[in-house]
Write a new protein. Structure first.
Length: 278
């Protein structure tokens, strides 16, 4: 039996595309994101009301709201794909284009941070002592913890590819095992990054070097966290049998995103940890 329905001109569906039903989640997501942003602004300005840290409460509430919206919205998308069989082959092509464009936009997002780092590195000012890294900064050695973190991400790229091949052969138990290992490696990487930040000798505001370092590696760490959650969802969906050899775009999107995260880290390691510390 086919995984996707065939559209029927006589059956009231004159096209193969999926038109989504009215949903409250886009509006709810906008309010949740706005609450999170407002809470972050109030937190950075240290706004208090009757002794309450309003900003911190707003950040926590906003983050919880965003996670809730993500849960219910993606639940509906999974229902459309698995229960309603609404995602035709033509719809999946659109999904692939959309994911590719999203990753392309993410590439440009990180280009901005690399641009800032190289600008400071190639033209260090008097405030930096005319050298890079600045003379008052003690950078993190590239071939210490960063090298171990690189090996972890490269290994995770192998395990997610293992999971992909297992799904293509309809070996869901094997795919779930590979995904569990990938998620575990993502958690370990995040733990090492937190440890690295905790022991770094330079604060965020110290110089353009420290600002560029924390912005680039910090946003990458956030992407690793998002990718880990993405793959964890795929793990549970694999256990439930949602993916088949012919229909598994949800996993494909997660795998593309994870490989993107891996490649960005390789550029970070070479440019910031290694070349930038030479």
């Amino acid at each position: 039996m086919a995984d996707t329905p065939v559209y029927d001109l006589k059956g009231g569906k004159p096209h193969p595309y999926h038109l989504v039903k009215p949903s409250v989640w886009p509006l709810a997501g906008s309010f949740a994101a706005g609450l999170l942003a407002l809470g972050a602004v109030l937190f950075m300005h240290k706004v208090e009301f009757s002794g309450w840290n309003v900003g911190l409460k707003g950040v926590i509430l906003g983050f919880a709201a965003v996670l809730s919206v993500m849960w219910f919205w993606w639940r509906d998308v999974v229902k459309e794909a698995v229960v309603e069989k609404a995602h035709s082959d033509e719809t999946k092509v659109g999904f692939r284009y959309g994911m590719a464009l999203f990753i392309a936009s993410e590439v440009m997002f990180f280009v901005a941070f690399f641009w800032a780092f190289f600008w400071g590195a190639l033209m260090p000012t008097e405030a930096l002592g005319f050298q890079w890294p600045p003379k008052f900064v003690h950078p993190i050695p590239a071939f210490d913890l960063p090298l171990l973190m690189t090996m972890i991400l490269l290994l995770s790229g192998c395990t997610v590819t293992w999971a992909h091949h297992a799904i293509l052969e309809d070996h869901n138990e094997e795919a779930a095992k590979a995904l569990a290992i990938t998620v575990g490696l993502g958690v370990v990487f995040t733990g090492f990054q937190i440890y690295e930040y905790h022991h770094a000798s330079f604060p965020f505001k110290e110089s353009v070097y420290s600002a560029a370092f924390y912005m680039a590696t910090g946003f990458h760490g956030f992407h690793v966290l998002v990718g880990t959650i993405f793959l964890a969802v795929c793990y549970f969906r694999t256990k439930k049998g949602h993916f088949t050899a012919k229909s598994h775009f949800g996993f494909e999107a997660a795998a593309w995103y994870w490989h993107f995260v891996d490649v960005v880290w390789l550029f970070l390691f070479v440019a910031i940890y290694w070349w930038g510390n030479a």
